[in-house]
Design a binder for this molecule. Structure first.
Ligand code: CU
Length: 433
């Protein structure tokens, strides 16, 4: 390692003599020059379509004047990087609670733990909220960027921070609220959020979290003394890899065990394939499994197919070009793509079905009370029957959640690829005989 580093330095030094190297490239040669470290937001596994509701690695060490680039791997789940003194205060309460109770079943956690958590989260709104009609709304006060020297972010969902407050300063550790807002999939800042550490930031540990998925999706930036030696990007990446693998293990095991036929139990429900999504029944897991199980199915024309939903997904055929479920409009407003979550050429689900948020329940249940997987034998939900489909037009179930059933009958033989509009890696095929 150090041998390799020495060689790189020598190589750079000799190039510098030729006058080719600009200031930025000198970083490797001069250890006190500003450096950049990368933290991954979410992760795309090539073994199983999924979302990792975490940052990798969980802690990164930099110095005043350095930068942290948060690099998002788009799994369809919206995320933010939200920090500041108010977040440090909140996380100082939440992190010990998560350490103590994070791996326990919800019913085993004392009620007062949720009360304490809710109190600590007061004044720190979430990005996605349920509107009066049960539909999900994007809260502009936290979905748009916001950088405040003092005070709390606006508490009204329709009031974003002012244009001035949306201009990102370096992070000096003294700001009360420092929020990336929704990190978009596309555009100039697509999938990337950079935090420049101010030259005068005090060494210490600074917390951040995702204001979509809650404090469980959190991490820290440790600021070392100026001029200190910090772990290289290679070491940071190795640490990220180890943390990803620890999360991937139960995820892949759950995928392998998922039922391809017959019946199975999940979250207290009895379900039968084909399934839209599957679960990881390990309370300490912060991944969601976004697969159609089995991926490919066969059916006779005229014979209905019933999908059962586990987690929140859509079943969608003849999908136009991919669109992210949450997008930023030209004026900065952050909105749901309508077709991503609403039924298209399919009936609206009954009020109780699929009313939950498209995401957040997997990791963000800590933020609220009485959420989480339905237990105790809820009544069998009705089947949402989209009727007979000829194979030509765009058709989508809309967002449906745990236990919902969606029925489609194919009239024409052929091979039909389909997808979940929330999770772009989630695809399958129906072979109609
Ligand atoms: Cu999905």
């Amino acid at each position: 390692m150090s041998h390799h580093h020495g060689r790189t330095r020598m190589l750079l030094a000799s190039v510098a003599v030729l006058g080719v190297v600009a200031a930025g490239c000198g970083a490797a040669a001069d250890p006190s020059a500003p450096q950049t470290r990368q933290v991954l937001v979410d992760y795309v596994s090539d073994e199983v379509a999924s979302s990792f509701l975490l940052y990798f690695p969980r802690n990164v060490t930099v110095r005043p004047g350095d930068s942290v680039v948060f690099r998002q791997e788009w799994t369809g789940e919206p995320h933010s990087v939200t920090m500041g003194r108010r977040v440090d205060d909140m996380m100082s309460v939440l992190v010990p609670l998560i350490e103590e109770y994070g791996d326990e079943e919800e019913e085993d956690i004392p009620k007062k733990v949720f009360k304490t958590a809710d109190k600590a989260l007061k004044g720190l709104p979430f990005m996605l909220d349920e509107g009066p009609d049960g539909a999900l709304v994007v809260a502009q006060n936290v979905a748009q960027p916001c950088y405040l020297e003092t005070g709390a972010p606006p508490q009204d969902e329709d009031t974003p921070c002012t244009d001035e407050q949306q201009v990102q300063p370096a992070f000096n550790g003294r700001q009360s609220y420092y929020n990336s807002g929704f990190i978009p999939y596309q555009g100039p800042q697509g999938n990337e959020f950079t935090v420049d550490l101010a030259d005068d930031i005090e060494p210490g540990v600074y917390n951040y979290y995702c204001n979509v998925h809650g404090p469980f999706q959190g991490g820290t930036i440790t600021v070392a003394e100026k001029g200190a030696t910090i772990p290289s990007q290679e070491e940071v990446s190795r640490q990220a890899r180890a943390e990803i693998e620890a999360e991937a293990e139960p995820l892949i095991a759950a995928f392998e065990k998922a039922p391809r036929e017959g019946e199975a139990e999940i979250y207290g429900m009895t379900v039968a394939p084909p399934l839209a999504g599957w679960g990881i029944e390990e309370p300490g897991s912060h991944t969601s499994l976004n697969e159609f199980i089995p991926r490919d199915i066969e059916v006779a024309a005229g014979e209905p197919v019933d999908w059962t939903f586990v987690g929140g997904h859509t079943v969608s055929f003849q999908v136009p070009e991919y669109f992210a479920q949450v997008v930023v409009e030209d004026d900065g407003t952050v909105v749901f793509s309508k077709d991503a979550t609403q039924p298209v050429n399919s009936p609206k689900p009954p009020k109780d079905e699929g009313g939950g948020p498209p995401e957040g329940d997997e990791g963000g249940g800590e933020g609220g009370e009485g959420e989480g997987p339905p237990g105790g034998g809820p009544p069998e939900p009705p089947v949402i029957d989209a009727g007979t489909w000829g194979g030509e037009e765009f058709i989508s179930s809309g967002f449906l959640a745990d236990g919902a059933k969606y029925r489609l009958t194919f009239s024409e033989p052929g091979s039909y690829p389909y997808a979940c509009l929330i999770h772009p890696q989630m695809v399958g095929t129906v072979e109609v005989r």
